[in-house]
Design a protein around this ligand. Structure first.
Ligand code: MSP
Length: 658
C-alpha cells in the first residue's frame, strides 16, 4: 500500500473586507504559495488557507458608507479577494470567510470550551478602542492609537473576559520549549518581553457591535473580531471535527509584523484554554513600503498587483518580492526596481540563457540532447552543482528566499560564463572539438533543468514552460525537489521549441503601462445597487445567512424620505457603462442623481417619466459624478435586472411615499 503523505498546513492572515488587495497582501499570499509549492515538491500533502475577515466595526462602517447591507457588501468583497488570488495563480486550497456557518460553529465551540474550562468570566470594561486595529489601546481619551496613529474611541462595555493573565507562565514555558515558534528571532524577543511584562485579561465579546457572530444564549453579545478571526484557521480545516482531516495544528502561520501579538499571544492562549493543540510556528514578515512609508489609501500610494501581473507577468512580481526583500524585514517597492530586476535577472538572465542554449542544441545537435562526457564536464564545470542544490534546499527550508534565489542565479551566471569562454559556435567549426561542444551544451541544458526545478516554487509559470522546452515529461511542480540530481539529463531527448520566457521590455514603457492601469478604478466598486429600495437597511444580525433580517419599527421606516420625482434629463457617463446621470425634479428642487440602469434603459426613454426617489440619502460620488439621492427599482431575476418603480395612476411630483 502506498504510504500516506505527510501533511503540511499553512495559512496567510484572513484579509479585511473593508478594502481590496494591494501588493502588501499579495506578498504574504505569494510567500505562502511559494512554500506550498516547495512542500508539495517535497512530497507533502499541503493545505494553504487564506480568506476574508468580514466582521467588526470597520466592515460595518465601510458597508454603511457604500450604502449596502453588510452581508451584500462582504459577499462582493470576499469574491473580489478570492477571484483575484485565482487570477494571480495563488488560489487558496481552503478559502474561509468569517461569515460562513462552518466558521461561526467553530468560534462558538471554542468559546464554549474556554468557558467550560473556567477561562471566561463576565465583566465591565471602559477603555480607548481603535476601530481600525480592532483593539483596545493603552492611551488616554482623546489620544490617538499608538500603532496606527488614528483617533481612538472611548468604549464602555459589559462583556465576557478571557483570562489571558492566567497564561503568562504557560506561554513563557511554551516559547521556551518551542524556540522556533516565533520567527524571526527579533520578533521572538519582542514578544518574550511583552509577555514577561504581564498580561491583562482580554474582553472577547462586544455588545456595542451588531455585525459579528452571536454568543449563543448571550445575545446581543457578539464575538470580538480577533477571537472570531483567529479561529478561522481552525474552521478551515474541520473546526470541531479537525481530527478527521488531520491538518491541525497548523505548521505555519504567515503574518505581517503588525499582527504578531494576536498570533503568538492571544491565539495560543485561546487554544491552550480550550485544551486544543497549538500551531507549530508563526513567521512575521515585514512590510512593503513605498518611498519608505506605509501604503495607504489616504496617501494615494497603494500599488495593486493586477497591473504588474498584466504587464510583466506574475512570475516577475513573485521573483522581485522574494529576491529583493529579505523575508522578515521591510522592503521598499518601486516600479523602477521591479522592471530593472525583470530585465536583468529574468529576461537577460534565465530567459536569455534558455533561449541561447536551446537554439544551439537545435542548431548543432539536431534538436536532441547531446551526450556529455563525464570527465570533460568535471573539468569544464568546476562549480559543484550537487552542493549548490543542497544549499538551495537548505535555504528554502529556512525560508531564506533571497539567498536561495541568489544561489540559483549563480548557476545561471556560471553557465553564461562557461558559454562565453567555450564559444560553442567556434567549437562547432572544428570536428575534433565535437565532444567538447556536446559537453558544454549538455552542461548548459542539464543545469537549466536543475534551475527549473529549484526555481519552480518562486516562478512557477516560466519554469513549467522551460520544463516543456527541455522536452521533459510531466510537470516540473511534480518533481521531487529532495531527489533532484545533476547529471541525469537523458541524451537523445528531443527538445521542444524554445518559447520566449521573459521578453525584454523597455523600462519607461512598462512603468507607464502599469501606472496607467493602476489609476483605473479597482473592481469591484461596491456601490449601493441604485436599484435597491432601502439603501443601508439593517443587515442580518449575527452570522450571515443564519438569521432573518431584523424587523424595523415604523419610526425607522419614517427616516427614509421617498418622493415622486420626474426625470428632466438623462445621459450616459463616459467610462461607466452601467451608470446614467439624471436630473430629477422632486418638487422642491431639481437633483442630479446617478442610477445603475444604463444597460437596461435608454436615456431618452426616461425623460418625462415619473420615478420614486430616496431624497434624504447622503450625497456621494459615483465614478467621480455627484449623486444626490437614489432612484428606487425592483431587482429582478438572478442578474438583478432593475425595473423602475412606477405608478398606474397619475401622481404629483414631490408627493411623499409613506
Ligand atoms: N484581518 C486581519 C488579520 C486576521 S488573521 C486572523 C488583518 N487584515 S489586513 O487585511 O489588514 O492585513 C492582512 C495582512 O496584510 C497582515 O499580515 C498585514 O501585515 C499585511 N499587510 C498589510 N499591508 C502590508 C504591506 N504594506 N506590506 C506587507 N504586508 C502588509 O490584519
Amino acid at each position: 500500500m502506498a504510504q500516506a503523505k505527510p501533511k503540511f498546513y499553512l495559512t496567510t492572515p484572513i484579509y479585511y473586507t473593508n478594502g481590496l488587495p494591494h501588493i502588501g497582501h499579495t506578498y504574504t499570499t505569494v510567500v505562502a504559495d511559494t512554500i506550498r509549492r516547495y512542500k508539495r515538491m517535497q512530497g507533502y500533502e499541503v493545505v494553504m488557507t487564506t480568506g476574508t475577515d468580514e466582521h467588526g466595526v470597520n466592515v460595518e462602517r465601510a458597508a454603511q458608507k457604500a450604502g449596502v447591507p453588510e452581508s451584500e457588501f462582504v459577499a462582493k468583497m470576499a469574491e473580489a479577494w478570492r477571484s483575484l488570488w485565482e487570477e494571480l495563480g495563488v488560489p487558496a486550497d481552503e478559502f474561509i470567510r468569517t461569515t460562513e456557518v462552518r466558521h461561526a460553529r467553530t468560534v462558538q465551540w471554542l468559546f464554549k470550551l474556554c468557558r467550560e474550562n473556567g477561562f471566561v468570566y463576565p465583566g465591565h470594561y471602559t477603555g480607548q478602542y481603535c476601530i481600525y486595529d480592532n483593539a483596545y489601546v493603552d492611551v488616554k481619551p482623546g489620544e490617538n492609537c499608538p500603532d496606527c496613529g488614528r483617533p481612538t474611541e472611548t468604549v464602555t462595555e459589559e462583556n465576557y473576559f478571557f483570562k489571558l493573565s492566567a497564561f503568562q507562565q504557560p506561554l513563557l514555558d511554551f516559547y521556551k520549549k518551542n524556540p522556533n515558534f516565533i520567527q524571526p528571532e527579533t520578533r521572538r524577543n519582542e514578544i518574550l518581553s511583552f509577555v514577561a511584562g504581564g498580561l491583562r485579561d482580554l474582553s472577547i465579546t462586544r455588545t456595542s457591535i451588531r455585525w459579528g457572530i452571536p454568543v449563543p444564549g448571550e445575545e446581543p453579545h457578539v464575538f470580538y473580531v480577533w477571537f472570531d478571526a483567529l479561529t478561522a484557521y481552525l474552521s478551515a480545516v474541520g473546526g470541531p471535527e479537525y481530527e478527521r482531516r488531520g491538518f491541525w495544528p497548523a505548521d505555519l502561520h504567515l503574518v505581517g509584523k503588525d499582527i504578531i501579538r494576536f498570533h503568538t499571544v492571544y491565539w495560543p492562549a485561546f487554544l491552550m484554554a480550550a485544551g486544543l493543540p497549538v500551531p507549530k510556528q508563526v513567521w512575521a514578515h515585514g512590510w512593503f513600503l513605498i518611498d519608505a512609508g506605509k501604503m495607504s489609501k489616504s496617501k494615494g500610494n497603494v500599488v495593486q498587483p493586477r497591473p504588474i501581473a498584466h504587464v510583466l507577468g506574475m512570475d516577475a512580481l513573485r521573483y522581485y518580492m522574494l529576491r529583493e526583500t529579505v523575508f522578515g524585514q521591510d522592503g521598499n517597492f518601486s516600479y523602477d526596481a521591479l522592471v530593472q530586476r525583470y530585465n536583468s535577472d529574468l529576461a537577460n538572465g534565465l530567459g536569455n540563457l534558455a533561449s541561447r542554449t536551446l537554439t544551439m542544441i537545435e542548431k548543432y545537435c539536431g534538436g536532441a540532447f547531446p551526450k556529455g562526457s563525464a570527465d570533460l564536464s568535471i573539468s569544464l564545470a568546476p562549480w559543484r552543482v550537487p552542493e549548490r542544490i543542497q544549499q538551495v534546499r537548505s535555504l528554502y527550508e529556512q525560508y531564506h528566499f533571497t539567498r536561495a534565489l541568489e544561489e540559483i542565479w549563480r548557476l545561471i551566471t556560471d553557465v553564461d560564463l562557461l558559454i562565453s569562454e567555450q564559444k560553442p559556435w567556434a567549437l562547432a567549426e572544428d570536428p575534433a572539438k565535437r565532444a567538447q561542444l556536446e559537453t558544454v551544451l549538455w552542461i548548459a541544458a542539464d543545469t537549466l533543468r536543475v534551475v527549473a526545478v529549484l526555481a519552480h516554487p518562486v516562478i512557477p509559470t516560466a519554469t513549467e514552460k522551460l520544463w516543456r522546452a527541455l522536452g521533459q515529461s510531466g510537470s516540473v511542480g511534480e518533481q521531487g525537489i529532495d531527489d533532484l540530481q545533476w547529471g541525469t539529463l537523458r541524451a537523445g531527448t528531443k527538445i521542444a521549441k524554445a518559447e520566449g520566457l521573459f521578453p525584454r521590455i523597455e523600462k519607461q514603457e512598462a512603468v507607464e503601462r502599469m501606472e496607467a492601469m493602476e489609476s483605473e478604478p479597482q473592481k469591484p466598486a461596491v456601490t449601493p445597487a441604485p436599484t435597491a429600495s432601502v439603501p443601508a437597511g439593517p443587515g442580518p444580525s449575527g452570522a450571515v445567512s443564519q438569521t432573518a433580517p431584523e424587523k424595523i419599527a415604523i419610526e425607522d421606516f419614517a427616516k427614509v424620505e421617498m418622493r415622486v420625482g420626474q426625470v428632466k434629463t438623462a445621459e450616459r457617463i463616459v467610462g461607466a457603462d452601467k451608470l446614467l446621470k439624471l436630473t430629477v425634479d422632486i418638487g422642491s428642487e431639481v437633483r442630479q442623481i446617478c442610477a445603475g440602469i444604463a444597460q437596461f434603459y435608454e436615456p431618452e426613454s426616461l425623460v418625462g417619466r415619473k420615478v420614486v426617489v430616496v431624497v434624504n440619502l447622503a450625497p456621494r460620488k459615483l465614478r467621480g459624478v455627484e449623486s444626490n439621492g437614489m432612484i428606487v427599482a425592483a431587482s429582478v431575476g438572478p442578474e438583478g435586472r432593475p425595473v423602475l418603480a412606477a405608478f398606474t395612476e397619475d401622481v404629483e411630483v414631490g408627493a411623499r411615499l409613506k
